[in-house]
Design a protein. Structure first.
Length: 332
């Protein structure tokens, strides 16, 4: 299955979209925050990011869902900074320390070369943009550079779902697989824990737009994702993620057969150990409650992590090798 972005390149549409997105950086409205900063001239808004992408780590990633990682790994491009500030962020080394990330600015041609390295030298199954919401124009420009160099892998948009609908629409046909978080059912907790007061509405609309673009997950004969939506839901302690409301919404408003990845890996990273409601891993009772909910809702497509997975998923972006090591089991 040839990615659609190749035909978009050939028609000139990919270049048109890159230019349209870049123009919006002059008064940035790329994510829902719409800070209005002139990133083309080095002004910073909430994400502390300018004209060029910040690339923290490029590596094969074996800890994603089986349909993403496969046997040769997902070609992960971990982008620096973020448009959220989650108190429990496991990637805080690259998402929250924006001053340190300024040393990792990368030009578009070099980023395109890194994509080809993941494809041709390492044999990864896809290119996986991790935390891309504030870098949509930069990623489209890099893909535009990479296509004539031979890029032909599916592109994965691995997101918190705090995304702008206007930006997502420019990705229609470019992104093959959306790997989207559904973090909260309450804006109160989104504000307190992630500084995203309006997360719920934006995330739900974003997930619906992603589903409109790519539909249900499609895999090849090897079980590798070629196109479609996967929705991740991280179980938080003390029901802070609103699992019942979120998953019920997903079944009722998106699709009862949507592919879901339920994650039990929560660990009180970053500032979470100092917040009583977040200062522990999830309990067996909290885990079982969500598993029962999955059965009640009839969710059958996807994966679920076993209890005790938290320590396996802790990243360290300063060590050599893989930032994550993990295993997942199929949903019953």
């Amino acid at each position: 299955m040839e990615p659609e972005y190749i035909s978009l390149y050939q028609s000139g549409e990919l270049e048109r979209r890159a230019k349209a997105l870049e123009a919006r950086l002059a008064s940035c409205n790329i994510c829902p925050r719409e800070c209005g900063s002139n990133r083309l001239e080095g002004e910073y808004g909430f994400c502390h990011s300018g004209r060029l992408p910040i690339v923290a780590v490029v590596c094969p990633h074996y800890g994603e869902e089986p349909a993403i990682s496969g046997s040769r790994g997902s070609g992960a491009i971990f982008l620096g900074n973020c448009n959220m500030k989650c108190a429990y962020c496991q990637n805080y080394q690259i998402s929250q320390d924006w001053k340190k990330q300024q040393t990792k600015v990368m030009d578009f041609h070099t980023l395109a070369e890194r994509m080809l390295y993941l494809q041709d030298e390492l044999g990864c199954h896809n290119i996986n943009f991790v935390s891309p919401s504030h870098f949509v124009p930069q990623l489209v420009r890099a893909v535009l550079e990479a296509v004539p160099m031979g890029l032909q892998l599916p592109l994965v948009y691995n997101t918190s779902s705090y995304d702008s609908i206007k930006s997502l629409r420019e990705l229609d046909g470019i992104i093959s697989v959306y790997l989207a978080d559904l973090r909260y059912a309450s804006n109160k907790w989104a504000r307190r824990l992630s500084q995203a007061t309006d997360y719920v509405g934006h995330a739900r609309r974003a997930i619906m737009e992603m589903y409109r673009q790519v539909g249900e997950l499609v895999v090849d004969e090897s079980g590798l994702a070629q196109k479609g939506l996967i929705v991740r839901h991280l179980i938080l302690p003390n029901r802070l993620a609103g699992s019942q409301e979120s998953l019920t919404w997903l079944v009722g408003e998106v699709s009862p057969t949507v592919t879901v990845s339920l994650m039990s890996q929560y660990f009180p990273a970053h500032r979470a150990a100092r917040i009583p409601l977040l200062s522990r891993t999830i309990s067996a009772a909290e885990y079982s409650e969500v598993i029962r909910l999955v059965d009640e809702l009839g969710l059958e497509n996807g994966w679920v992590q076993e209890m005790g997975a938290a320590e396996n998923y802790l990243p360290d972006f300063e060590r050599q090798g893989q930032p994550f090591l993990s295993t997942v089991d199929n949903l019953k």
